[in-house]
Ligand binder design. Structure first.
Ligand SMILES: [Zn+2]
Length: 565
């Protein structure tokens, strides 16, 4: 959890944070009930109120920054979405940026835009106005994010991580000796810096190589001579508490790594291949501020709909989509909006990736027989309100989840189907009777992740309606478009490492089970007929939502085709 924002900076700190509590309440981010609990916890922990509010997941660093912004009538920006160029960065010296936590963002309308949370630091603001050619315009950003970005951007000015890695590798190729510990540290740093989700270390016949998964796509990074592989693999296995002498059986392990004062957990897996052990390291950030439903790419009316669904007293809400489509992130982001003080929330996960206060999280353990279905049985004796079941993949779990939902509990889970409506036949496959299904399932959300076009290099071009049709979009969606439409395509630049994309966002469809649809399920109507009815009832399908993102210039047609069509 990032608490930098709450470090003691001045004498009025305590008052300021009491004020933050009041302001957060005023802006509707937290409730009086939450403040009261935080005050009780504060007495035990002896820390500041804001810090307690954050650690209890009652608020986020983003909400705090937005509150400061609203209070001062200054614009809030998500600095992670901004690309900062070298010449802008150089306007503010590293030392000032770091000590005072002021980050130059861009030159806009003849002003230097600077992000900070320290709006009252008049001395620094005066100084910045003096050293900059442009007058300063302040915007509010999250302090923890600004600090992280300052470390990252200024260290990049010296080109450190990449060049150090290249150096070690070329040295090793000549001398066959390797500073393994340093190399692995740097590779991990670089993966975190580039927002990778996984690091792959892959043996081949004469070489081995390291690649990162970024925005859902593998990207090739380093090639090393095979002679060095043993050292690298051994180092990672030691780090992850695996048995280094065992090379013929798959192993799992884990470790943590600190990068720029932030802790990252790594889940490591090794399997023996023909060419040697193949290692994959999943990167898990302990920073739960990513779980902000507003940041995932949903539109406001969908967010509203989903928050309401997650606050229903009973029934099932399902999220479908392939592995890596962001289902867990969506589930947790929405769980934050369930009143977890008044409701007893239990989870069964495989495995627990992120920990949340007030939620009773459990993890399946196949060896000792603790499985999804077993967990639901036991949860029933734990006075539950909400159960989050990691995945429904067998008949037993499906039956129990449905039973729990019709006996007055809200069940949240995920399912593997292609589209939202497809969950109906899938549940029937899993042995759920139509009548029971129609009276338990409230809605199904289907989700994919689309890469966002890099804003530094994307290029506008014109396309005809006919071409859009050929791409596979429904005729109905295109009716209101003119014959020629301006959209964007990928190009590639340094900022996006020539991929043309930076970051991803969710594209979804929400299938709500209306009375009419219940009736159709009971009458065993086909997938096609139910889908048609859902569209009549204003379900916005995933491909239409994706088309909207193309028309807004957020993503490309090629990306939509890759992921959805
Ligand atoms: Zn680019």
């Amino acid at each position: 959890m990032e608490n930098e924002i709450l470090k003691k900076t001045d004498k009025t700190y305590e008052e300021k944070h009491f004020l933050i509590g009041e302001l957060l309440k005023e802006y509707g981010y937290i409730t009086q009930e939450q403040i009261d609990i935080a005050l009780k916890v504060q007495k035990i922990n002896n820390t500041y109120l804001g810090e307690v509010l954050l650690s209890l997941n009652f608020t986020t660093t983003q909400e705090i920054a937005m509150t400061i912004a609203k209070q001062s009538n200054i614009e809030y920006i998500d600095i992670d979405k901004k690309i900062i160029t070298e010449d802008v960065l150089k306007i503010i010296p590293h030392k000032t940026a770091k000590e005072k936590v002021f980050l130059p963002i861009e030159i806009k309308d003849d002003h230097l835009i600077v992000a900070t949370e320290n709006l009252n630091d008049i001395v620094t603001i005066d100084y910045l106005n003096k050293i900059s050619k442009y007058p300063i315009k302040l915007v509010v950003g999250e302090k923890s994010k600004i600090k992280r970005r300052i470390d990252l951007e200024y260290s990049q000015l010296q080109g450190t991580i990449e060049s150090q890695i290249e150096h070690i590798i070329s040295d090793a190729a000549n001398s066959e000796s390797l500073d393994t510990i340093k190399l692995i540290d740097l590779v991990i740093d670089n993966a975190i810096k580039d927002n990778a989700t996984d690091i792959h270390i892959t043996p081949d016949i004469d070489i081995f190589y390291i690649s990162f998964r970024i925005d859902g796509v593998l990207s090739f990074y380093y090639v090393l001579p095979k002679t060095l592989m043993y050292h690298i693999i051994s180092r990672i296995k030691i780090l992850s508490s695996m048995d280094i002498s065992e090379q013929r059986l798959p192993q799992d392990g884990s470790f943590s790594h600190i990068f720029n004062d932030e802790k990252y957990d790594f889940r490591v897996s090794s399997i023996p291949t023909d060419n040697g052990e193949n290692i994959v390291m999943r990167i898990l950030s302990s920073n739960t501020s990513a779980f902000n439903i507003e940041n995932l790419g949903f539109n406001d009316s969908d967010i509203d709909k989903l928050k309401k669904l997650f606050n229903k007293p009973y029934g099932i809400v399902l999220i479908t989509g392939p592995t890596g489509s962001g289902k867990t992130t969506t589930l947790y982001s929405l769980l934050r909006h369930v009143n977890f003080i008044q409701k007893n929330i239990l989870t069964i996960e495989d495995p627990i990736e992120y920990r949340f206060p007030f939620i009773k999280q459990t993890q399946i353990n196949v060896k000792s027989g603790y499985t999804f279905d077993k967990a639901i049985r036991h949860f029933m004796r734990q006075d539950p309100d909400v159960m989050l079941v990691g995945e429904i993949r067998d008949k037993e779990t499906a039956q129990l989840a449905v039973r729990a939902s019709i006996t007055g509990h809200l069940v949240l889970s995920t399912l593997h189907t292609n589209d939202a409506v497809g969950s109906i036949p899938r549940l029937i496959d899993l042995g759920i009777k139509e009548q029971i299904l129609s009276s338990s399932v409230l809605a199904v959300l289907s989700q994919r992740l689309l890469r966002k076009l890099c804003t530094s290099c994307k290029k506008e071009y014109k396309i005809t309606k006919k071409q859009l049709l050929e791409f596979g979009f429904d005729d109905d969606y295109l009716k209101e478009l003119s014959d020629e439409i301006s959209i964007f395509k990928k190009v590639g630049c340094d900022t996006c490492k020539n991929t043309g994309y930076r970051g991803r966002e969710a594209v979804i469809e929400i299938f709500t089970i209306s009375d009419k649809i219940k009736d159709m399920i009971n009458k065993k109507k086909s997938h096609f007929e139910i889908l048609k009815q859902a569209k009549l009832e204003d379900m916005v399908t995933m491909d239409y939502n994706a088309l909207l993102k193309v028309l807004e210039g957020k993503t490309s047609l090629e990306e939509v085709k890759r992921v959805i069509l």
